[in-house]
Ligand binder design. Structure first.
Ligand SMILES: [Zn+2]
Length: 293
């Protein structure tokens, strides 16, 4: 067992996601809330300039700026390149305070409810997820282990990176209920880590439902790259609900339905996320798996 020494709670990685940012500011003011014996908890506003401007990012998505090659490429000097390098020097593996755990707080315009995103399915990660899920059954667990996020995200600097993604929340606004639920999850995580360090957790085997990343689906587009269809009304806000072969996915501007052509049941998430239009993502398809932890 490896001891947890440094935990980083971060928000404002995307400057227009206010819930996480204000929660971090609250913790900044009341540091006693996040201190636990046995490890240090640090807080971080990921992208302060974007926060001040009320925008997602200044030059590029900070949460895609942590590829090791980019961090080590000193010719990359836009705002987020520099910010990523600064954060790496603080909390990265060779930083002044190497982080064991990063919990990065995000919000989404999709109906993701309370979602924990994990980038690996190591026992430590799944046990924490199963513990949280046992106390907060509404929590969904999305495994992005095969989505490449363990290389380019802010949370990827830590040995164990977690993202809490809550929604639906419009960009630039606060949502009190999800703010409080996120805060409760943070306390559960910190309590768990405290007990973990003291070796006090003898967890029974639990079953956990994990939604595993399969693919990112773009909107139908024409030869100029312009979107030709919208999320079908029957699919809007139906994150984590099954999509069967032949069911509607998109609706064209002419009113024509475009159906899902796969041959297995999938569980779309991040449906109609506002920030993903520029990334060419209309939704992620996931597989629902029940696993023993
Ligand atoms: Zn975000």
């Amino acid at each position: 067992m490896t001891k947890i020494n440094h935990v980083v709670l971060s928000g404002g990685t995307h400057g227009n996601e206010l819930n996480g940012m204000f929660l971090i500011k609250k913790f900044q003011q009341y540091t006693n809330l996040i201190q636990r014996p046995g490890f240090s908890t640090h807080i971080l506003i990921g992208n302060p300039k974007a926060v001040a401007l009320g925008i997602r990012y200044v030059d590029q998505d900070l949460n895609r700026s942590f590829e090791r090659e980019s961090l080590e490429n000193s010719t990359l000097i836009n705002y987020e390149d520099l910010r990523a390098r600064t954060i790496d020097q603080m909390f990265g593996p060779n930083g002044t305070t190497p982080s064991d755990v990063i919990v990065d707080l995000h919000s989404t315009t999709a109906n993701m409810g309370l979602t924990l995103i994990v980038d690996s399915e190591e026992p430590f990660v799944l046990q924490l997820a199963a513990y949280l899920n046992s106390i907060q059954p509404l929590l969904k667990v999305f495994s992005a282990a095969h989505a490449g996020r363990s290389r380019d995200s802010l949370r990827s600097l830590a040995r164990f990176g977690f993202c809490i993604e809550v929604g639906p929340i419009a960009q630039g606004i606060l949502h009190a209920e999800l703010f409080q639920k996120t805060e409760a999850l943070i306390h559960l995580i910190l309590d768990y880590l405290k007990q973990y360090n003291h070796n006090q957790f003898l967890l029974p085997t639990r079953s956990l439902i994990v939604y595993r990343y399969m693919a990112a689906i773009d909107y139908p587009r024409n030869e100029f790259g312009e979107i030709q269809a919208m999320i079908h009304p029957q699919r809007q806000f139906k994150d984590y609900e099954p999509l069967h072969p032949g069911e509607p996915m998109f609706l064209t501007f002419d009113g024509e339905t475009i159906n899902y052509e796969g041959n297995t049941i999938v569980y779309p998430i991040f449906i109609n996320e506002a920030a993903y239009y520029e990334k060419g993502i209309a939704m992620y398809l996931t597989q629902k798996e029940q696993i023993a932890v």
